[in-house]
Ligand binder design. Structure first.
Ligand code: PMP
Length: 303
């Protein structure tokens, strides 16, 4: 899509991408004060929209940010943004910031939250990553403690994750393993982590400190239905190194195999059979787990 054709929803209206600008006094910009979601659209169906909206409104509640729109109104705004951009497969970035205020920290100076919806074509990991798997490394930066800035709040303050991402890039890899303050495995910079060890499928439980990933939840439910021994259990780097399979989950990445962690080769160094099976099962279900963007008779022609 060329720049001039992309429309952004910004505070009640659609503006062209090049005109989609917010005030330097917006507390989202000044202080990272706000919340967001990354949502995916498959073939005209918004994947797990209700779950994403629930997480958004929970994040907002946690930071005492009142979103003026109801979830139904937000759904309509997202739908319209997709229709306006004629998108059937897309990545949506939904941002609610505290809005424009003065230079003080106190959100009391911010009259209205800013609501931004960006819908664009998806930039996914290259196909080779799925075919051959990722190499990751453990980074020194630890996950925010849940009792400080809870990782369950998907806030605009992503510095913790950005520092992790930079450490990963410096090490020449595209994702990282982030530990919590006690040294237990938490998550990646923007993905949840799963291991298959001694036949059990494990991901860190909520108290360890990670985002409550929508894809994580989908995999937990799907794997249980498929008969896996599914456990939310704390584990260490040792458990990752000695796992049969390791994979990451996230809205953009879906399910992606990890084949090397801190120089240790996982399994036989290729994406594992169960990882591939879960990815296939996930992709088969994405359309049916979605909310329709277009009613059948208004379906747009994609030329
Ligand atoms: N952890 C973090 C820190 C993330 O930013 C994301 C991406 N939103 C995830 C995990 C994966 O969550 P989801 O499956 O909802 O995309």
């Amino acid at each position: 899509i060329s720049v001039s054709e992309q429309w952004i929803f910004l505070d009640g209206e659609f503006v062209k991408k090049e005109d989609a600008k917010i005030s330097v006094y917006d507390h989202g910009f000044l202080y990272g004060d706000g919340v967001f979601e990354g949502i995916r659209v498959y073939n005209g169906n918004i994947y797990k929209l209700d779950e994403h909206l629930l997480r958004l409104y929970h994040s907002a509640k946690s930071i005492m940010l009142d979103i003026p729109q109801s979830k139904e109104e937000m759904t309509e705004i997202i739908r319209q943004t997709l229709q306006k951009n004629k998108l059937e497969d897309a990545y949506i970035r939904l941002v609610v910031s505290r809005g424009v205020g003065n230079l003080g920290l106190d959100p009391a100076s911010c009259a209205n939250p800013s609501i931004i919806v960006i819908a664009e074509e998806l930039a996914i990991y290259p196909k080779e990553f799925y075919e051959h798997g990722l190499e990751i490394v453990t980074v020194a930066t630890r996950r925010n403690r849940p009792d400080v800035l809870s990782p369950k709040v998907k806030s605009l303050n992503y510095l913790n994750n950005i520092l992790v991402k930079m450490e990963a890039s410096l090490a020449g890899v595209s994702e990282a393993l982030m530990l919590n303050d006690q040294g237990y495995v938490a998550e990646g910079s923007a993905d949840n982590i799963f291991i298959i060890r001694n036949g059990a499928l494990m991901t860190p439980p909520g108290y360890i400190g990670a985002l409550e990933g929508i894809t994580r939840q989908a995999i937990l439910e799907m794997a249980a239905d498929m008969g896996y021994d599914v456990r939310e259990e704390a584990f260490t780097r040792h458990d990752v190194y000695t796992a049969e399979e390791v994979f990451l989950t996230g809205t953009a990445a879906e399910v992606i195999a990890v084949v090397k962690v801190d120089g240790r080769i996982i399994g036989d160094g290729e994406p594992g059979e169960e990882t591939n099976r879960l990815l296939r099962a996930f992709r088969q279900k994405v359309v049916e787990d979605g909310v329709k963007v277009y009613s059948d008779n208004s379906r747009i022609e994609i030329g």
